[in-house]
Write a protein that binds this ligand. Structure first.
Ligand SMILES: NC(=O)c1ccc[n+]([C@@H]2O[C@H](COP(=O)([O-])OP(=O)(O)OC[C@H]3O[C@@H](n4cnc5c(N)ncnc54)[C@H](OP(=O)(O)O)[C@@H]3O)[C@@H](O)[C@H]2O)c1
Length: 294
């Protein structure tokens, strides 16, 4: 059992309505930190606060952190409520796949860039304005698709690739303030949310969300003091699946290689599963975005 006191660190966790947030929150709470959870989905925030049953170590704020005023309000609330802010674990992000580059409209690029890059920048500004100086920790979540994109994931891969480049620049900018900004690069996360969308996948190859949380634990600790703008790979065993045709081939039900034809979309049954929801896109690229966006 950990003891809370005014020296307990305080972290803002964005995307707190998502699949990974409960694992990250529990990990930080278990070491005695306090957390401010933020997302647009107020109902899920209230549920998570209840599930965590961590009393006054948790605060929730409903907000859209891509809006500068709302991001500033959330960061200020952390300081008002807990008297300090030590860092950010930025889990908010959006995913789309399923339409080849030749058919993807500009709006999809803009939506994913806003969700995966601009939101990170806006909330980071707000957090840094409250923190002012270190020690402090900023953590972002990238995707293996940024480094090894698969057909039909172009807009998403481009946005997460941009996020990693931005984290690298940020890491260098804040290093002299004593702040460590780094990213985790992951693949399919084993969360209840992902299992619900892919119940028949080989979950043993996914990254347990607890494992992601443990790396976040490290990146928000003094152990990461010499890491600035790094992208830490946490790929699980997914990336170890050999491409089709290699000796042994992929395990049954796991498709690791690219579709034979990217133009016009992948043939049925060959949609890559490099990311949690690639096999079953969250929403078609050409369709309306999932969830309201300002
Ligand atoms: N899940 C995976 O397999 C996987 C793999 C690789 C990388 N990642 C990355 O890891 C992070 C955490 O993953 P996760 O599974 O927890 O994510 P998630 O469940 O898909 O979503 C996290 C939260 O991000 C917020 N969000 C979604 N679209 C947004 C938008 N357009 N603008 C602002 N916020 C938006 C949503 O919260 P509200 O709508 O309530 O604001 C959502 O609950 C994400 O950055 C994700 O891209 C995940």
């Amino acid at each position: 059992m950990t003891t809370l006191n005014s020296s307990s660190k305080v972290f803002l966790i964005t995307g707190a309505s998502g699949g990974a947030a409960p694992y990250v929150a529990r990990t930080l709470l278990a070491r005695g930190d306090r957390v401010v959870l933020t997302a647009r989905n107020a109902d899920r925030l209230a549920e998570l606060e209840h599930e965590l049953s961590a009393g006054n170590a948790v605060a929730t704020v409903t907000a859209d952190v891509i809006e500068p005023e709302q991001a500033a309000m959330v960061a200020a609330r952390a300081v008002e409520q807990f008297g300090r802010l030590d860092g950010l674990v930025h889990l908010a992000g959006a995913f789309r796949a399923g339409t080849p580059v030749i058919a993807a409209p500009p709006e999809v690029y803009l939506e994913l860039y806003r969700a995966n890059v601009v939101a990170a920048a806006v909330v980071t500004q707000a957090v840094l304005r409250q923190m002012r100086t270190g020690p402090g920790w900023l953590v972002y979540i990238g995707s293996l698709l940024a480094q090894e994109p698969m057909p039909t994931t172009g807009p998403y891969a481009a946005s997460k690739s941009a996020l990693l480049a931005w984290v690298r620049a940020l890491g260098r900018e804040v290093a002299d303030l004593g702040i460590n900004a780094n990213a985790v690069v992951t693949t399919l996360l084993d969360t209840p949310k992902n299992r619900a969308t892919q119940p028949d996948a080989d979950h043993s190859r996914w990254v347990p969300a607890e494992d992601l949380a443990e790396v976040v634990d490290f990146l928000t600790s003094s152990g990461a003091r010499s890491m600035f703008g790094m992208a830490v790979p946490v790929h699980g065993r997914f990336a170890l699946v050999p491409p089709p045709g290699a000796v042994g081939g992929p395990p049954p039900g796991v498709i690791a290689g690219p579709p034979r034809s990217a133009v016009g979309g992948p043939p049925p049954g060959t949609v890559p599963q490099q990311h949690g929801r690639v096999g079953v896109p969250e929403a078609p690229l050409a369709g309306p975005p999932a969830g309201p966006r300002p």
